[in-house]
Design a protein around this ligand. Structure first.
Ligand code: 5GP
Ligand code: ZN
Length: 136
């Protein structure tokens, strides 16, 4: 198994998880573009939106909605983007479908092609705790 997100789902690689149910996992992005940046994935390997089985998309979007709600309630951003990339031209770098939940702030000037910058793991861990508790 070479997929990094399959390894996270399998517990071979640690993550700051915030939601874990039968079909989906949500965890903090380790290169956050904003504090609270989270990822939501199905627990089945599928590279992108073209191949994604319909029966997995419903549960994934339900989890995206729960994570976005927790981000809104816990962090009070000015807005939230849900972003999903398909293919290198869209800057997809991990080929296991995932949805970014990104808190946005007026004037943050975030562009679509953000560069990956490692975050502070202590801060990410604390935010994960808050969001996990909020999701319940
Ligand atoms: P993409 O560029 O494919 O839309 O997004 C992939 C995301 O996965 C990036 O934002 C990147 O920071 C994140 N990522 C890559 N490797 C890891 C990892 O090992 N752990 C976590 N939590 N996030 C990762
Ligand atoms: Zn995978």
């Amino acid at each position: 198994m070479s997929c990094i997100f399959c390894k996270i789902i399998d517990g071979q690689i640690p993550c700051f998880n915030i939601l874990d149910d039968d079909k989906t996992l949500a965890f903090m992005d380790i290169n956050p573009v904003a504090p609270g940046h989270a990822l939501v994935v199905p627990k089945c390997h599928t590279p992108d939106i073209d191949d994604a089985p319909a029966e997995w998309l419903g549960p994934v979007m339900a989890s995206v909605s729960r994570v976005a709600g927790a981000v809104r309630d816990e962090l009070s951003p000015d807005g939230i983007n849900v972003v999903q990339a398909n293919g290198p031209g869209a800057k997809q770098s991990v080929f296991h479908i995932h949805f970014h939940v990104i808190p946005r702030h007026l004037g943050d000037n975030l562009t679509m092609n953000w560069d990956l910058q490692p975050g502070d793991m202590g801060e990410i861990g604390k935010l994960a705790e808050r969001l996990r508790a909020r999701i319940g």
